[in-house]
Structure formats: C-alpha cells, structure tokens
Design a binder for this molecule. Structure first.
Ligand code: SAH
Ligand code: F3S
Length: 484
C-alpha cells in the first residue's frame, strides 16, 4: 500500500489530508455535505465552495443521510488518490437508492482531469466542476435540478476567489488556510497539477491582508498562506504570472513579490502566527529567508520539497535546480534562520532511477536531517511529460524497498531532531484537546512540531503558552506548561 509519512506517523493514502467531514453553522434550507481529499488547497477551496453555496441557502451538514447535495473535492496527484475517490463515489451512489433526490457532484483536480467521463461512462455523478468554476455552481445546480447533468471545467486566467469570504470548516477555530496563488507553471515532469489547476496567478495582496485581519478578529491565531509554489507569488494588478513581462512599466515597478506579501501580513496581524506552503527550491529567494528571520510572527519552518537527491533525477523531473544548488539553499537557510525546521517531499522510483540515484537521496537526507517529510512511490499520471516520454521502468518492489529505506531514515532523523528539543521551553499555540486524552492539550511549536501537554485549567485553545519539553516520539514532543 502506498503510504505517506509525517515523522513516524504513517497515513494510508485514503486518509491523505485526513478526508475530514466538515461542518459550518446550521441554517434553514438545503443541506450540503462536503468531503475534501488531497492537499491543503482543496480544504481551502471547499471553504470557498461552502461560502458560494451558503449564499444560495445551503447549510453544511456532517450527516450524509440528511444531505440534499453531496460534493467530493478530489485529488489526482497519484493513482491511489483517484481510486479512493471512485470508491467513495460508488458508496454515495448507493445512498441515492434510498434518497433519489440526492445530487452528487465532483469538484477539484479529478473533475478537471476526468471531466465528463464521470458523467457519461461511469454515470456516478450529476455534477462535475473544475477548480476555477466554483462561482458557476449556482447555475450548474439549477441545471441539475431540472434533471440534467452539468459540467464546467473551464480553467481561468484570472480567478483567485479574492472577494469570497470562506466559510471556515476546520475542526479548530484557531488555525486557518488563506490561499494566495492558484495554479502552477513549473511543469515538473511527474506532476498533474499544472494540467488540473491551470496557469499560475496571484491574488490581490490587499484581499489577503484583509482576510487575515478578519481571521484575527474572529479569534484565529495562525494562518497558513497557500499556493502550489508560494515563492513565485507576484501581484502586478492581476493576470497570469507568465504575462508579467508584457505588463506596463508602472505595473512592474509596483509589483508585490512573496517577501513583500509576507512582511505586509506580518505587520497587519502582529499577534498572529504566519506559515506558508509550499516553497519551491528554484524560486525561494533570500529576501524570503530574511523576512522570516526579521519577523517574530513568521514561523521558523519551511516545507521545501526536493523529490530526489540526485542531480540527474532532478533534471529528468524538470525541478530547475541541482543537488548542489539545493544544498547551498539549505546552508543559507541554516545561516539566516538558525532554528528553522525543514520538511520535504520525496519520490522513490522515478523513471530511470538507479541505486546510485537512490543513494544520493539517502545521503542528501543525511546532510539536511529534515524534521519530517512526506514520502511517495512514483505514480505515473496521464498526459504528464514523464508518462508521455519516459518508461516507468523501476519495478514496484524496488520502488517500495527504496521508499521503506527513505521512511526509515526519516524516522531516525525526526526522532533525533525531536530529542534535541528536550530541555527547551517552546511557545505553543493551543489548538485543542490532544487525540488521546481530554486532560491534555495539543498545539504546535514555531517549528511546526506537534506538542502534547497536561492542562492546568487556566488556558484555552487560541492561547500561546510556554511549554518545557521533557520527552518525545519521532512525531510528537511531550512537555509541561511553565506557569512561572
Ligand atoms: N507544489 C505542490 C506540490 C503538489 S504535489 C504543493 O503545494 O504541495 C505534492 C507532492 O506530491 C509533490 O511534492 C510530490 O512529492 C508528490 N507527487 C506529485 N506527483 C507525484 C507522482 N506522479 N507520483 C508520486 N508522487 C507525486
Ligand atoms: Fe507540481 Fe512541481 Fe508545481 S510538483 S504543483 S508542477 S511545483
């Protein structure tokens, strides 16, 4: 089974992003049941969808049985993710036997990739809506109400949902996602995202700042700025990133880059923690590192996917940097932000990967000693460059054995990193009860590691507390609140 890892926590792909069933305040009217799979961006998009449909009188429910509309926000990143969605759709289809009026829709990357095949060949759904077409949902639902099937998978040059105020669906009311870019232009040869989410465009910084201030005023204490490649953020009045060169000189002169945006947000909400994801090594500039170092409220944590430690694999993946350049970036991070945690994404068994390439991956991991990572077996995705031009030639057992070696190494590094924090006092933002016990809180430190500690009775979710770290596993730190 394909797995992905965070520290020593193994999560079945079917739970990636933890497929949470989400809920918003009750309302009169129709009921929407929405499930999200895949990346954080999908969770953020579901909140945009809940907002658009909320205006139409839909309230969200956790109870499938009482839903009028079921929406599945889907992921196409690996084949396993799509299989999970298909299984789930079949289960929803069965519910329809007892509730014939129930409408079922597919949103997100799989809607974009598989399009009307989901309507015609598989007859599983009534509605197919791609990631840039959510504003069209009210019209599409009208069509569906008249018994027709509806589909809109048009990708946009402008859409960023900048003016939509998302309905917060997360379990805690402390941390939230704010999306800042959509799409990706990087064209990594293994990746389906540029096809499913279209060309890269950035959101108006003013609307981002306003959303963060609104969150703070509603009690939130942490935002994660989201994009497929946040370092490439570029606002020059709207439009695609690739059209920037054609912009007027005045638009170019007043352009807002990612480091500028980070500083704007950090100043606007000084008592809020700011995180961001995902960074791309080829686009990450030192001004971003200095922004992190200079602002107390920008967290010392960078998710910096590398995919492989071998320069020849990185070239074949079109990652835009070599092993040496990545190592140089790691060195600059360590110099500029001494206490910065770093995590990674890694792929085992990309076409042509040799044992030497794999050893390069392991030795890169030894060099960086990542705090944690997400590790995957290569999964060929239709239409990508790799699928069209490269043979998927690493046998499954070899891919799997290499993945296990990568996972094992990461487990050791995570444990070492966590052990090194024993004795320190970390500031933790309390997110809620720990999974194991209502007598304990859980929350993260600046470096994004989960910390669990006993309640004292004087604190609540949303509080920042000082916790002395006294024990750990490879995934979690354990500590005691410092009252003095
Ligand atoms: N920049 C994106 C990356 C999206 S995909 C972001 O914001 O996270 C997340 C991770 O999935 C990638 O970094 C890569 O490690 C993995 N991945 C993407 N395509 C894959 C494929 N075809 N097979 C296996 N893993 C893949
Ligand atoms: Fe995919 Fe590479 Fe973009 S992994 S999302 S094409 S940065």
């Amino acid at each position: 089974m394909e797995q992905y890892h965070s520290g020593n926590k193994v999560i079945d792909e079917t739970m990636q992003g933890s497929a949470t069933v989400v809920e918003a305040p009750e309302n009169e009217g129709k009921k929407l049941y929405i499930e999200s799979y895949g990346c954080q961006m999908n969770f953020a998009d579901s909140e945009v969808v809940a907002s658009i449909l909320g205006e139409q009188g839909y309230a969200t429910t956790r109870n499938l049985e009482e839903a009028d509309l079921v929406l599945l926000n889907t992921c196409s990143i690996r084949d396993k993710a799509e299989q999970t969605v298909r299984k789930r759709l079949k289960a929803f289809h069965k519910v329809k036997d007892d509730h014939p009026k129930l409408k079922i829709g597919v949103l997100g990357c799989m809607a974009e990739r598989v399009k009307d095949k989901l309507l015609d060949e598989e007859k599983l759904v009534d509605l197919v809506v791609g990631p840039d077409a959510y504003r069209d949902l009210p019209n599409l639902l009208e069509e569906v109400e008249t018994g027709q099937k509806a589909v809109n998978v048009i990708l946009s040059k402008e859409e960023t949902y900048a003016d939509v105020n998302p309905v917060r669906l997360g379990q805690n009311k402390v941390t939230a996602f704010v999306s800042i870019t959509r799409g990706c232009d990087n064209m990594c040869t293994f990746c389906v995202v540029p096809f499913t989410r279209g060309r890269e465009r950035s959101r108006n910084p003013q609307t981002i700042v306003e959303e963060c201030i609104g969150l703070y005023n509603n009690g939130y204490r942490e935002v994660t700025l989201l994009g497929q490649n946040v370092d490439s953020y570029l606002w020059y009045g709207g439009g695609l990133k690739k059209d920037f060169e054609k912009a007027s000189e005045t638009a170019k002169a007043s352009a807002v880059y990612f480091a500028d945006l980070l500083k704007m947000v950090a100043k606007a909400v000084p008592n809020m923690r700011i995180r961001f994801s995902t960074s791309n090594p080829q686009d990450m500039k030192d001004d971003v590192l200095h922004a992190i170092a200079d602002h107390e409220n920008i967290c010392n944590y960078i998710h910096l996917p590398v995919q492989s430690g071998s320069s020849s694999m990185l070239k074949a993946m079109n990652r835009g940097h070599t092993r040496e350049e990545y190592i140089a970036l790691i060195d600059r991070i360590r110099n500029i932000i001494p206490d910065c945690a770093i995590s990674h994404d890694m792929i085992s068994g990309f076409p042509g990967e040799t044992e030497d390439d794999h050893r390069d991956t392991l030795s890169l991991m030894d060099y960086v000693k990542y705090n944690f990572g997400y590790m995957f077996i290569y999964s060929e995705r239709p239409n990508t460059f790799a699928a069209r031009k490269l043979e998927d030639d690493v046998p499954h057992e070899v891919k799997n054995r290499r993945l296990q070696e990568i996972i094992e190494k990461q487990g050791k590094h995570s444990l070492d990193r966590n052990k090194a924090r024993i004795g320190m006092v970390d500031v933790i933002l309390i997110e809620g009860n720990s999974k194991r016990s209502d007598a304990q809180w859980c929350g993260r430190n600046d470096q994004n590691t989960m910390v669990v500690f006993d309640k004292t009775g004087n604190e609540q979710p949303g509080d920042f507390v000082k916790v002395r770290i006294n024990d750990c596993t490879s995934a979690t730190l354990l500590g005691t609140i410092q009252t003095a």
